[in-house]
Structure formats: structure tokens, C-alpha cells
Design a protein. Structure first.
Length: 92
């Protein structure tokens, strides 16, 4: 591989790790918000239940976007690595 392709693969790998971290954090926020919704519903605090529901809607949407971006980046990285490996094997 050329140095430019290695740098690009490294950048894509860093992007994948960052998106994985974001997706994991959003999942944790979703689970935490579910716990808050449960506590609020047990206490009978309807405004807090509604607020937690709305926060969950936003977190789920952001998690979906992060997941799709992660899949897109992993797909590009996989294709780049595969084409580089095939090129290397064909030269041998």
C-alpha cells in the first residue's frame, strides 16, 4: 500500500472508533433515561415521564444516525482494505 492509502485507512479507522464511542454513549444515555422514566412513573411525576420520553426520542434518532454513519464508514474501510489486499496479491 502507498502511504496515502495507509493514512486514509488510519483516518477511516479513527472515524469508526469515534462513531463506535458515540453510539455506545448514546445507548448508555437511552438506558439511563429509561431508568429515569421508570423512577418518575413510580413517583407519579407525569411531566418528568413526558420529558424523559421526549429525550429518549431524540437519543434514539441520534443513535440511529450514528449507527448508519458507522456502518457506512466500516463499509468503505472494508472495501478499501479488500481492494488493497487483492492488488497486493495480484502483484505477487
Amino acid at each position: 500500500q502507498t502511504p496515502a492509502r495507509r493514512r486514509q485507512a488510519l483516518r477511516q479507522g479513527v472515524a469508526v472508533l469515534a462513531l463506535l464511542q458515540a453510539r455506545t454513549w448514546l445507548h448508555w444515555m437511552f438506558c439511563r433515561s429509561l431508568g429515569g422514566m421508570t423512577r418518575a412513573s413510580m413517583a407519579g411525576d407525569v411531566p418528568s415521564v413526558v420529558a424523559e420520553f421526549l429525550v429518549n426520542c431524540v437519543v434514539v434518532c441520534m443513535g440511529g444516525v450514528a449507527d448508519q454513519m458507522l456502518r457506512h464508514q466500516v463499509g468503505h474501510l472494508t472495501v478499501d482494505l479488500w481492494s488493497g489486499a487483492l492488488g497486493h496479491l495480484q502483484r505477487r
